[in-house]
Design a protein around this ligand. Structure first.
Ligand code: ATP
Length: 586
């Protein structure tokens, strides 16, 4: 197939302002294309060479493309740069200069799509020393044989400025008409795309094998599945109504979504946008390898940063260091990740995407060997509004964004690529900010693990209730302690240690070690939230709930000047809760 055919179609598509006409031109192009290169043509029309998940991009910098144009046309780079100032587009500049050249050239080999694709592929894959020169040579070679019009589109393709705006959905529309047998086949084509994320493969399959093959499209380990997304509602009542009165509610962890594909020991992790991010999470990959007991599987999980010493969840920002190319090892030590599994899409030969969620959840439970750092997302099956609200509070307090409530109906299949009402997220509208420190009483502690073995992982802290003369727990704090603090703490607290909860301490939490309420520490957190666990101000703001400090941190100040009874009071915590500045959550 001549590349000029592609260039002519591009020109028509570029010129139209009507979406339907755009689809018509695309249909025309797809019909003219030999079936065995339909995949390549589809990728090219979207400015790609492969589906996104393969991770090979065409792009070269404009500066290098200018050098190639200079080489192919004999014009100086300076002249080309000057011309771009007028045209605003290297593609057009190349076209103009090639027009001039053509009058003096006698011999040209017509470009084929295969030929262009191969050259672009070689360019994309060239790496290492000397690769820049190679890329320029490949491009200049192509341009030397291109017509001016072809050159314009080749340049735009390699510089990532094709700008035809052909979305996945337009290609699917066009495929349904060109090869599916009509618009009614669009849904089958879309499903095939959603489970394979490979539009080129869908195109070639429907053209070569027909729509029945498309209907049988199965998920394949290694090809990411387009993720199912959630709708949003503002109250447990609306959510339960929408989900038929009962649902499985899960913590909505605030990390990075990963889709893990495992074949034997080989594990690939894909992001929400289906990019291969295995390199960012070598620890995540190991966890899947070790704790997922299936030969071949595709599972989804939220990858969350944890405090290595306390095991507590850290805010999403802690994962930012993973985005960099270098320093992953350090990021892994500072903020290792935990995996909270929430779906199984394929297990040992069985495509589960058409199974209802409870079935998928059972599979997930079966293949997940629980460890400290691998767990199923915390969940609750409920038809009770209060229970749901409290579960939500608990999720927020423990560092999550809220809940995702999922349908447990028979039709609750995995809706790949869709944002639907089978999953409903319940997040807060507002996030508050704690601006002041508080002085809290150490009433208990939890044993540390790993680096903190032999000392405490976290302290159980309480506020003072002068009316009842008791101490009510408000947070578990494991952050902000220096190594020196940690070393000293057990010795320092030993004289206050008692064998059971102190009678003046009100707690629903079982600490590993209990203390008489004596030592006061200064603490600050991200915000004060409602809590179904902590006893501070129980029932004062909402019936059945107390208040808790989220993401607490010891400021480094012990307050030996304060007696336990001088600590921050429960009433002060209520006031702080009410006065917190609020910002809208998006
Ligand atoms: P948001 O910005 O709220 O995360 P989003 O558009 O990325 O929105 P949504 O579909 O709205 O995605 O919410 C689902 C996201 O929540 C998932 O992409 C996933 O990363 C995350 N998540 C955390 N915990 C769970 C869970 N238990 N089940 C499903 N998704 C979860």
């Amino acid at each position: 197939m001549r590349y000029s055919l592609l260039a002519v179609s591009y020109e028509k598509i570029e010129a139209t302002t009507k979406r339907l006409e755009m689809t018509d031109y695309l249909v025309e192009l797809l019909r003219k294309t030999p079936k065995d290169i339909l995949d390549k043509v589809v990728y090219l029309t979207q400015g790609k060479l492969y589906p996104d998940f393969v991770g090979i991009e065409i792009g070269i910098a404009e500066k290098l493309a200018i050098r190639a144009v200079s080489k192919a046309t004999g014009q100086s780079e300076k002249k080309i740069e000057d011309d771009i100032r007028t045209t605003g587009d290297l593609g057009e500049t190349a076209q103009q200069f090639l027009k001039k050249r053509i009058q003096t050239t006698f011999f040209q080999q017509p470009l084929t799509v295969q030929n262009v694709y191969e050259h672009l592929d070689k360019m994309a894959q060239a790496s290492g020393p000397g690769s820049i020169g190679q890329k320029i040579n490949y491009l200049a070679g192509l341009l030397a044989n291109a017509t001016p019009n072809e050159a314009k589109y080749i340049i735009r393709t390699v510089t990532g400025s094709l700008r035809l705006g052909i979305a996945d959905m337009t290609v699917l529309d066009a495929l349904a008409i060109a090869y599916g047998g009509g618009k009614e086949t669009r849904e089958d084509l879309e499903r095939a795309y959603n489970v394979s994320s490979d539009l080129g493969n869908v195109a070639r399959t429907v053209a070569e094998e027909g729509i029945n093959s498309i209907k049988k499209f199965q998920v394949v380990v290694g090809n990411p599945i387009r993720p199912m997304l959630a709708e949003r509602l503002g109250s447990p009542q609306e959510i339960l109504e929408k989900l038929g009165g009962k649902c499985i509610a899960e913590y909505k962890y605030d990390g990075e979504r990963i889709q893990a594909h495992k074949r034997d020991d080989h594990v690939t992790l894909f992001s929400r946008r289906l990019e291969d991010i295995t390199g960012q999470y070598p620890d995540g990959r190991e966890l899947v390898r070790k704790y997922v007991n299936a030969k071949e599987t595709i599972i989804e999980a939220e990858c969350v940063a944890i405090d290595p010493d306390t095991g507590e969840i850290k805010p999403f920002q802690a994962l930012m260091h993973r985005r960099r190319k270098y320093g992953i090892q350090k990021a892994m030590e500072e903020n290792p990740v935990s995996l909270f599994m929430f779906d199984a899409l394929y297990v040992d030969g069985k495509d589960l995407t058409q199974e209802p969620y409870p079935v998928r959840h059972n599979y997930l439970e079966e293949i997940t060997e629980k460890g400290d750092r691998v767990r199923l997302a915390e969940y609750l099956i409920t038809d009770d509004l209060d229970e749901l609200e409290r579960f939500f509070e608990k999720a927020v307090e423990e560092g999550c964004e809220g809940l995702i409530c999922k349908s447990i109906n028979k039709d609750a299949v995995y809706q790949a690529g869709a944002r639907g009402w089978q999953w409903i997220k319940y997040k807060r509208d507002y996030k508050s900010e704690m601006t002041d420190t508080v002085d809290l009483v150490v009433v208990g502690a939890f044993h540390g693990r790993g680096k903190r073995a032999g000392t405490y992982g976290a302290l159980l802290l309480a506020a003072y209730n002068p009316k009842e003369d008791i101490f009510e727990t408000v947070t578990k704090c494991g952050t902000g302690f220096t190594d020196e603090d940690l070393e000293k703490l057990p010795g320092m607290m030993k004289k206050h240690q008692i064998p059971h909860r102190h009678p003046r301490v009100l707690s629903t939490i079982e600490a590993d070690v209990w203390f008489e309420p004596r030592v006061v520490v200064e603490t600050i957190g991200a915000e004060i939230t409602l809590s179904p666990i902590h006893t501070c101000a129980l029932d004062a703001v909402r019936k059945g709930s107390g208040l808790a400090i989220r993401f607490p941190r010891f400021t480094g100040n012990y307050r030996p000047d304060k007696a336990a009874e001088n600590a921050t009071t429960v009433n002060e915590i209520i006031q702080l809760y009410k006065n917190q500045p609020k910002t809208q959550v998006t």
